[in-house]
Design a binder for this molecule. Structure first.
Ligand code: CA
Length: 246
């Protein structure tokens, strides 16, 4: 499919007349940081310690759900246990400790360039993450100085994790933008589903083991191999979206 056809398809299924792109809603893990290897490792450690069989691949599939949602589901299906909110909160704390013990996740190659291209094009950068880890939020200030504004959505703001559209709807409300004024950058199928359900033009990046076809199936309008490839394509993509005025 050509870019023009992709754009035409988006306009058809959303019913929008065109675009007026002002904001990029940007996921964190697997987009800004190459952190999913460490997250999946920490998840498997937590499950094994609790006698629940699992593989790392499962946690790539579940990426985007809140920590509590993942814990409640895995303990139910894997051990027949109903976990309370307080127990889930405590177990999530343990998982985050395991994650921190694995060391700092590297910045995703190309991520900074993507943010710079957006800034140059006067498109606001809005962080949308389910993470409640204040350490990651502090790191963003240090690793991407001046590239994010004050508007952001974190795990502290949302009740329902992805694939529920709540995180993206909340980001749009906070940024005071409509769906045809935003693009979303996501790496995980559930994250793509959430963005697609919120009505935004959704860009997937295959930075982990999940193949392109899974992101397209989840509703991604476009998929790039990685953030470097997106950074290279982004200027012409933004122009292509700008010429079709809402
Ligand atoms: Ca992600």
């Amino acid at each position: 499919m050509t870019l023009q056809q992709t754009i035409a398809q988006y306009l058809e299924y959303t019913g929008h007349k065109g675009f007026d792109i002002h904001a990029a809603l940007i996921d964190c893990d697997g987009v800004l940081y190459d952190s999913m290897k460490l997250h999946t490792q920490a998840w498997v450690k937590l499950m094994k310690k609790n006698g629940i069989k699992c593989t790392r691949d499962e946690f790539y599939e579940l990426e985007g759900m809140t920590g509590s949602e993942i814990i409640k589901m895995k303990f139910k299906t894997g051990a027949g246990k109903n976990i309370t909110d307080d127990e889930a909160h405590a177990l999530y704390g343990v998982k985050n400790r395991y994650f921190r013990e694995l060391g700092e996740a590297p910045v995703m190659p190309g991520a900074k360039r993507v943010l710079e291209v957006l800034k140059e094009a006067d498109v606001d950068r809005v962080l949308v993450t389910g993470s409640q880890q204040d350490t990651i939020l502090e790191r963003i200030e240090k690793d991407f100085p001046g590239l994010f504004g004050d508007v952001k959505v974190t795990g502290h703001d949302v009740r329902k994790g992805k694939p529920n559209p709540e995180p993206y709807l909340k980001a749009m409300a906070k940024a005071e933008r409509k769906s045809n004024q935003c693009i979303v950058i996501e790496n995980a199928p559930l994250g793509v589903q959430a963005a697609h359900a919120a009505g935004c033009f959704t860009i997937g990046v295959t930075t982990g083991p999940i193949p392109e076809k899974d992101l397209l199936k989840a509703g991604a309008d476009l998929v790039y191999k990685n953030m470097d490839e997106l950074a290279a394509a982004l200027p012409s993509l933004l122009v292509a979206l700008t010429v079709i005025k809402a």
